[in-house]
Design a protein around this ligand. Structure first.
Ligand SMILES: [Zn+2]
Length: 184
């Protein structure tokens, strides 16, 4: 039987089978099958999949809880796909990414408030890539100093320079600096 791999909120792989979700337990060394257990903490239903995570080998135990609604599953898939794309395409508007995903995957049960929550999750994800918003000039300068070599780059070169005494910020390229300091 075909199974589907989806991503959890924390970025871990989950198996989706008949709208039940299973998380990774271990890969068996004797035959290479992978064991997964139901994500519901009180449930012991578990499955074995092939090593390529493409098909179900065996399933054991019964779920003693309700199955996830189609809407909930679709929202999770949409949210995680959109979060990843928001990271990969940092300047694309969230709504455009969401629209593309909706066209591609054609979910049937998504409602308007799901779109809102996916959008918020994308903003939150992007925000984590940046330092906290500075609340004073000194804080802004010291934040820029921390990232001057690796974050604010122009064509791959450093273009934010903060002197030792933290008194100002110079925004230019190394070549410009050299040019300006070597002219008579
Ligand atoms: Zn279960």
């Amino acid at each position: 039987m075909e199974i589907q791999i989806i991503m959890s909120e924390k970025g871990k792989e989950l198996v989706l089978l008949n709208n039940f979700k299973y998380c990774f337990v271990r890969k068996r060394s004797k035959d290479g099958y992978i064991k997964w257990i139901c994500t519901n903490k009180n449930c012991t239903a578990n499955i074995l999949t092939t090593a390529d995570k493409k098909s179900l080998h065996q399933s054991s135990g019964e779920h003693k809880h309700l199955v996830n609604s189609q809407q909930k599953i679709e929202r999770q898939i949409l949210r995680e796909n959109c979060k990843r794309k928001a990271d990969d395409n940092i300047s694309t508007r969230p709504l455009k990414i969401i629209r593309n995903e909706l066209i591609k995957n054609k979910p049937t049960d998504i409602i308007y408030s799901d779109i809102q929550s996916v959008r918020k999750a994308m903003y939150d994800k992007r925000r984590k890539m940046y330092p906290v918003f500075p609340i004073s000039l000194n804080e802004a300068i010291s934040q820029l100093k921390l990232v001057e070599n690796n974050c604010c780059l122009f064509n791959g070169d450093q273009f934010v320079f903060v002197p030792e005494n933290d008194e100002f910020v110079c925004i230019t390229t190394k070549e410009n600096l050299k040019f300006m300091t070597t002219q008579n």
